[in-house]
Design a protein around this ligand. Structure first.
Ligand SMILES: N=c1c2ncn([C@@H]3O[C@H](COP(=O)(O)OP(=O)(O)OP(=O)(O)O)[C@@H](O)[C@H]3O)c2ncn1[C@@H]1O[C@H](COP(=O)(O)O)[C@@H](O)[C@H]1O
Length: 97
């Protein structure tokens, strides 16, 4: 599976969890949090900080893990803002020169 495929698969799961929340799902926990979108935003901030620290420490495994956390939580924030992840792909495509 390549990068874009896993991102689109995760987005589909996020959409599914938004329609059908599950008790055991972390995705559902964030999407239905009492703080609303602020919880996803809090996690984006936290994970970005951890990503920066991993880069500064030069731990390549940790850098990949933290980057994955940033991307996943950013997708949760996009869902909370009702902005489809496809619009981000479209934006990146439109920037090609
Ligand atoms: N990609 C991810 C993913 N990345 C990170 N995480 C979770 O994000 C959390 C981040 O860790 P932290 O220690 O910062 O947070 P925490 O202490 O667990 O939770 P908080 O109370 O701080 O929010 C961990 O619990 C990870 O499991 C993810 N959880 C789910 N996914 C994807 O979402 C799919 C559905 O997952 P569920 O919704 O859990 O079924 C999975 O199959 C994955 O593809």
């Amino acid at each position: 599976m390549n990068g874009p495929d896993i991102l689109n698969e995760i987005w589909d799961i996020i959409e599914e969890r938004a329609c059908n929340p599950s008790e055991s799902s972390y995705t559902s926990k964030i999407l239905t949090h009492r703080k609303g979108i602020d919880k996803a935003l809090e996690k984006v901030g936290e994970e970005c900080t951890e990503f920066i620290i991993a880069i500064k420490n030069g731990d390549k495994t940790r850098i990949s893990e933290e980057a994955a956390d940033v991307i996943y939580h950013m997708m949760l924030a996009l869902k909370g803002a009702d902005v489809p992840v496809s619009s981000v792909w479209d934006e990146l495509v439109s920037r090609r020169n």
